[in-house]
Design a protein around this ligand. Structure first.
Ligand SMILES: Cc1cc2nc3c(=O)[nH]c(=O)nc-3n(C[C@H](O)[C@H](O)[C@H](O)COP(=O)(O)O)c2cc1C
Length: 181
């Protein structure tokens, strides 16, 4: 069986910086014979969490969100992948709105008994294409989500427009290592 790597990127610019960083990892995965998939999160309908029931959410018992949108399908794609990349642009020193919306839902559904992602390797990437400010703060916030979700953090990488040229090749190498290790 081939190793499958799913990358999720949460910028509306399908060919922008964030997307190119996710693609760099996938290119590395491909050179080692892995199978890749890229999700542009903003193309999907993912509603905000409604904190149903008493606030803990029905997903805690049912392992399924009560809302009808694209969330569960993307969640399944993560479950089916061997390794994952999550890349977000930095907006206001934080994750993008679509990233926060999706990760809030995922945290709700995954934080309790299910442990679906335990031991699944992930690379978290923040892409700060403006001044570069907030790249690390956003990465800190992304780490909180990813650890809460139970992923095994393979790397956390902040990129600015000043560092992108050397980080692109580093990300490709990270992709190769994801397959090898
Ligand atoms: C609403 C908004 C807020 C932003 N805030 C920051 C910021 O805090 N720091 C920064 O370096 N860049 C900031 N940027 C620039 C984005 O990080 C930059 O556009 C990012 O690289 C996204 O690239 P991409 O859309 O090409 O993937 C902001 C952009 C927008 C649209």
């Amino acid at each position: 069986m081939y190793m499958k790597c799913l990358a999720i990127q949460s910028s509306p610019n399908l060919n922008g910086l964030t997307s190119s960083l996710a693609q760099a990892v996938l290119n590395g995965v491909k050179t080692e014979g892995g199978v890749t998939e890229l999700i542009h999160l903003n193309k999907f309908n993912v509603k905000p969490c409604i904190a149903c029931e008493n606030g803990w959410g029905l997903c805690r018992e049912k392992n399924r969100c009560v809302q009808d949108d694209d969330f569960e399908a993307i969640r399944k794609q993560i479950t089916d992948a061997d390794v994952v990349v999550f890349a977000t642009p930095v907006y206001w020193h934080d994750l993008s709105e679509s990233a926060k919306r999706f990760l809030d839902r995922l945290r709700r559904c995954e934080s309790f008994a299910f442990k679906t992602f335990t031991g699944k390797k992930i690379i978290g990437i923040t892409s700060a294409g403006g001044s570069g400010r907030g790249a690390v703060r956003a990465l800190y916030n992304l780490e909180e989500y990813l650890r809460r979700l139970g992923f095994e953090i393979f790397d956390l990488i902040s990129v600015t427009r000043f560092s992108k040229d050397h980080k692109l090749s580093m990300l490709e190498e990270a992709g190769r290592r994801l397959v090898r290790e």
